[in-house]
Design a protein around this ligand. Structure first.
Ligand code: F6P
Length: 392
């Protein structure tokens, strides 16, 4: 270990110092699942802090898919390569939704190819893998860990639905993107007197819908955790808009309303709406279209005209927000420390968000097969379809 890295080692806590060996560790980093702003900052943090702790980093392309190739290509990552990555959205390593435990072969049969992943890790002489992902990608890591693969997880998903952490990379940037659209939707909705429905991602969790709805001051927010009643939505609209009147000059009422609806929301007597019936290798179906269903229903059964917009993938797009840059770099740096201290089978997590937060390591099994949804009792008012305790 060099003189400067000895000093860095002393900056770790005593338990971690004891565990650090003087050997250089070679780790592969991969990003899997839906891309998210904050992944590139995380890789930068990993490489920068790793360079102080004798952790050498190589990039693996396109998530777990890279480790199913017969000869996986790797990208050596040094400080110079990743110097400007903190400003980049998406993932410069590419991503895929690959489940090595469920691969469909040429005969159309499903097979477990996880042994190839393990063999490739050995062939590449990787001491450990840093896995940046959500429930699926980290779920694979959690299943490989008991088989001797040394993994450290970094939580990423705009859905913010991972247990064991208060923050997941991409959430804040997605909130920023959605809030901007809510703002911009107000002028057409106001001019034309529409009910504007904005459908946002989040799969089976309502965090994105709830918090973007609050940030953008939507009037009604519909989340998957609480199936809604159409009649109740109509009543809430009537109490805001009243009956449409031609006597505009003297009307004190607003002429428009904004509804934010999560893609996984459904009516009490309805099904979740999906884009098609295909499932990915993790068993997920693509959600989408519930906003349009709601708009048709409002237009058909109330005096109000409604329009829906499904925001789709641009919610995850663009440069990372300041929070995603900071949290990404901090998560990455913490992952390098975990590797150096040989804390494997763990996921870096956050208690709180930047700038006031802590970064404990939790068992990677925490995320396997579970999601963290909105705490309805604490945060959601089921009468007003909105955040509790805001006096709105
Ligand atoms: O998990 C992130 C997410 O953006 C979800 O909010 C959304 O349901 C899903 O990914 C979309 O999947 P895909 O990117 O494969 O279309």
């Amino acid at each position: 270990m060099s003189a400067s890295s000895s000093a860095v080692k002393r900056s770790l806590n005593v338990g971690d110092q004891r565990l650090i060996s003087n050997m250089i560790k070679r780790v592969g980093v991969l990003t899997g699942g839906g891309d998210a702003p904050g992944l590139n900052p995380a890789i930068k943090g990993l490489v920068y802090r790793g360079s102080e702790l004798d952790v050498e980093v190589v990039g693996l392309f396109d998530g777990w898919r890279s480790l199913l190739n017969p000869l996986p290509e790797v990208l050596p990552l040094d400080r110079n390569t990743v110097r400007t990555w903190d400003r980049d959205g998406g993932t410069n390593l590419g991503s895929s939704r690959t489940n090595p435990f469920r691969q469909v072969n040429k005969q159309g049969e499903t097979e477990d190819r996880s042994a190839e992943v393990i063999e490739n890790i050995r062939q590449l002489s990787l001491d450990a893998i840093v896995v940046c992902g959500g429930e699926d990608t980290l779920g694979v890591a959690a299943k490989l860990a008991p088989r001797g693969v040394r993994v450290v997880g970094v939580p990423k998903t705009i859905d913010k639905d991972l247990p064991g952490t208060d923050y997941t990379l991409g959430f804040d940037t997605a909130l920023r993107n959605i809030t901007e659209v809510i703002e911009r939707s107000r002028t057409p909705a106001g001019s034309h007197g529409w009910v504007q429905i904005i459908e946002v991602m989040g799969r089976h969790a309502g965090h994105l819908a709830l918090w973007s709805g609050v940030a953008g001051q939507a009037h009604i927010i519909l989340i998957p955790e609480v199936p809604f009643r159409y009649e109740h939505v109509f009543q809430l609209l009537t109490s805001r808009l009243g009956q449409p009147t031609l006597n505009r000059a003297h009307s004190q009422r607003p002429r428009y309303a904004v509804i934010v609806i999560a893609e996984g929301a459904r009516a009490e007597d309805g099904e979740m709406i999906t884009i098609d019936d295909r499932h990915d290798s993790f068993g997920h179906i693509r959600l989408g279209g519930v906003g349009d269903v709601l708009a048709r229903k409002i237009s058909a059964e109330t005096p109000y005209e409604a329009r829906a917009v499904m925001l789709g993938h641009p919610q995850r797009g663009g440069t990372p927000s300041p929070i995603d840059r900071i949290m990404g770099m901090m998560f990455g740096a913490r992952a390098a420390e975990a590797v150096a201290a040989e804390h494997f089978g763990k996921m870096v997590s956050a208690r709180g968000i930047a700038p006031v937060c802590e970064f404990p390591l939790v068992d990677i099994a925490t995320v396997s097969g579970k999601i963290a949804t909105v705490n309805v009792e604490r945060d959601y008012d089921v009468e007003r379809y909105h955040l509790k305790h805001l006096g709105m």
